[in-house]
Each structure stands twice: as structure tokens, then as C-alpha cells.
Design a protein around this ligand. Structure first.
Ligand SMILES: Cc1cc2nc3c(=O)[nH]c(=O)nc-3n(C[C@H](O)[C@H](O)[C@H](O)COP(=O)(O)O)c2cc1C
Length: 364
């Protein structure tokens, strides 16, 4: 066991982080109309800027994602870019660093959430299981239209364009959202990708879309400012794969030579569904910086760092409820508990009103 802990600084690429505590990407549905981030979002991220690194909520790259689903932010036009500039300035002013998580919903978009009568698209015409949140309540997922090859190129360009805007908005880097059942994940896993062209079949073919996105973002960012998030075993939104351990080790091997900032895997600390733990195999297939997420609390996080199983740990719910999470851990202070009922509701409640430790103490 080494002496690496959550508070051991880390350098990777040309980034220096004062601690190994990452704020996990979390959709909070509180952008302004037009999918534009505003002052409230800037305050939320600023409050959490003592994280070694913040990964933003997922940011939509699809320009046909409807503006009347206003609360999920985008990065497809100048107004959204200006909104994100408020956020990055606030985080930097407080000494933090923030990557933008770029995402395309693919088959998980509902037709009512797309402009100009567009239909949801995916690698194959296979609907996700379950329901999607819409402005009129939960609806079943639609069966997507399988993307034609030229359309895949258009989406790759949309990622590049959003990445260019992210740079001009002042982000410190990009995290490509290849996890949790969104479009890239739909290509990666064989439960949702049954294509027979060069984007389906072998692992190499299923990874082609992701690799093309990395390359296109590379026109605007150095590789060491581009991270990739994967979730090999997450069954959210009807996802499955016949061999997550084997396939994702191979995907990690394909990503290994690219000189990325990091690979970020959602690999639950405790597997409850009989799924394999993929982290050790991915760790040995990918030589770069590894972030792990999924149900980690302090003790488990310290253990995985000390054993060399990962380089940083990302925390989700704990950061929602504890804007000053690193400080609380340093002080061995109690944590606030997250209120799940306000994860996606509008406004300050459950967003910017969780007390920091100094605020709590000053009220005693
Ligand atoms: C409210 C909420 C929103 C989330 N949104 C995203 C997202 O936009 N992108 C993503 O990759 N993961 C998202 N996640 C997953 C988290 O990044 C994280 O992997 C998960 O919460 C497990 O970590 P935890 O147990 O520390 O919370 C979300 C989680 C929560 C609770």
C-alpha cells in the first residue's frame, strides 16, 4: 500500500490538481430557457470549486435538441457559450478547474425533445427499455432510426464544434460522455449496436465512433485535455453487453495510445447485480490517469487510491449535498445528506442552498 490519499496532489498532462477529489458530472436541469447556463449555475459550480477537478453536467452537442427542454444545457450556439463563460469564470476565480462533459442523447431523446420533427437516432433501430422524462411527464422511449454513415460524420463534427465552443468559453478540458446509455455508449455495447458496417460487429468497429470523436475534438484541444467516461456494466436506460470485462478492456487498450488526460470509469464500488468489476482489467489495459466513480465514500476511495487501483475518485451525490466536500473530509466533519427529490427540480432549493461547514458553524 502506498501513502497516496485523496489529498495527495496529482499532475497529469499539463494539469496540476491540489487533490484527487473529482466532482462527478451531474445533470441538474437548471439552465435557463434556450439551454443557456446562467448566474445560478455559475454559483452552484463556484461553491464546489475546491474539488481537484469538476466535470460539468452533460452538455448537449446536438443542435436539434429542442430549446423547450430548457433545463439541460447545450453548447451549440453563442448564447450557450456565453452562459458557460459565466460558469468557468466563477470556478476559476475560486481557484477551481472544470471540464465540459459533451454528450449526445441518441436513442434516449424523445421525439418531443427534438426540433424540426427530427426522430431519435441510434446505431441500430433498437429502443431503450424504460421511460424518458418529458415536459408532459414520463414517456416510453421511441424506437430510434439507425444512423446512416454520413450522419455519423455530422454528429462527430457536432462534438468538435461544441468542443471548440467549450475552449472559447474557458473550460479547462473536455470529457467525452461515453457512459450511461447515451449515443457513444449505444455504439460501444453490443446490446444496442447490431450494425454490420464499419461501426458495428467487432469491438474495434464499435469503438470507431468514439475514436473519431476524440480525433475531431483533437482539432481544438490537445489530447492531454481530453478525457473519456465509460460505464462498462451500467444497465441504466436498457443497456447491456455480452462481455463487459473483455470488451471494455479492449476499448481501454484502443484508447491507451492516444495520450488522453484521463479515462473515467463508472464501476460501482459495490456490484449488486452480479456484474463483473471491470476496474482492475481496465487499469491494466490503460496506462494513463484513471478516475473511478460509483458509490464511493471516503474509506473506499482512500483504499482504491492507496492500492493503486485508480488515480482519482469522482463523487456524485456527496457533492450535491456538500459544496465544500474536501474541506469537510479534511476536518473529519459530518456530511449533509442529499435530498433526491430536488435533484432535477428548478431553482435554488437543493442546488445552491446546501450549507458549507463554515456557514453551519457560524449558525451554532
Ligand atoms: C442527479 C444526478 C445526475 C447525473 N447526471 C450525470 C451526467 O450528466 N453525466 C454522467 O456521466 N453521469 C451522471 N450521473 C452519474 C454520476 O456522475 C455518478 O457516476 C453517480 O452518481 C455515482 O456516483 P455517486 O455514488 O458518488 O453519486 C448523475 C448522477 C446523479 C445523482
Amino acid at each position: 500500500m502506498s501513502t497516496v490519499s485523496l489529498f495527495t496532489p496529482i499532475e497529469f498532462g499539463d494539469l496540476f490538481l491540489p487533490n484527487r477529489i473529482v466532482m462527478a458530472p451531474m445533470t441538474r436541469r437548471r439552465a435557463l430557457y434556450g439551454k443557456i447556463p446562467g448566474e445560478l449555475n455559475a454559483l452552484y459550480y463556484k461553491q464546489r470549486s475546491s474539488a481537484g477537478l469538476i466535470v460539468s453536467e452533460s452538455v448537449e452537442v446536438d443542435p436539434f435538441s429542442a430549446i423547450d427542454v430548457p433545463t439541460r444545457p447545450g453548447l451549440t450556439n453563442a448564447a450557450q457559450e456565453a452562459g458557460w463563460r459565466l460558469v468557468t469564470h466563477a470556478v476559476h476565480a475560486a481557484g477551481g478547474k472544470i471540464f465540459a462533459q459533451l454528450s449526445h442523447m441518441g436513442r434516449t431523446a424523445h421525439p418531443s425533445q427534438l426540433l424540426e420533427g427530427r426522430q431519435p437516432v441510434g446505431p441500430s433501430a433498437l429502443a431503450a427499455a424504460g421511460t424518458v422524462y418529458t415536459s408532459t411527464g414520463p414517456e416510453s422511449y421511441a424506437t430510434p432510426r439507425a444512423l446512416e454513415i454520413p450522419e455519423i460524420g455530422t454528429i462527430v463534427s457536432a462534438f468538435a464544434s461544441a468542443a471548440r465552443r467549450a475552449r472559447s468559453a474557458g473550460f479547462d478540458g473536455i470529457e467525452i460522455h461515453g457512459a450511461n446509455g447515451y449515443l457513444i455508449d449505444q455504439f460501444l455495447r453490443d446490446g444496442s449496436n447490431t450494425r454490420t458496417d464499419r461501426y458495428g460487429g467487432s469491438v474495434e468497429n464499435r469503438t470507431r465512433f468514439l475514436l473519431e470523436i476524440v480525433a475531431s475534438i483533437g482539432m481544438h484541444w490537445p489530447a492531454n485535455r481530453i478525457g473519456v467516461r465509460l460505464s462498462p456494466t451500467n444497465s441504466y436506460q436498457g443497456m447491456s453487453d455480452s462481455d463487459p470485462l473483455g470488451h471494455f478492456s479492449e476499448i481501454a487498450t484502443l484508447l491507451d495510445p492516444l495520450g488522453l488526460a484521463y479515462l473515467h470509469i463508472v464501476d460501482p464500488a459495490v456490484q449488486t447485480s452480479g456484474q463483473p468489476v471491470t476496474r482492475p482489467a481496465i487499469r491494466s489495459s490503460f496506462g494513463g490517469t484513471l478516475i473511478v466513480a460509483g458509490g464511493y465514500e471516503r474509506t473506499r476511495a482512500e483504499k482504491v487510491l492507496a492500492s493503486g487501483g485508480a488515480d482519482l475518485v469522482a463523487f456524485g451525490e456527496a457533492f450535491i449535498a456538500n459544496p465544500d466536500l474536501p474541506h469537510r473530509w479534511r476536518q473529519h466533519a459530518a456530511l449533509n445528506v442529499a435530498d433526491k427529490s430536488t435533484f432535477y427540480t428548478p431553482g435554488e432549493q437543493g442546488y445552491t442552498d446546501y450549507p458549507s461547514l463554515s456557514w453551519s458553524l457560524s449558525r451554532k
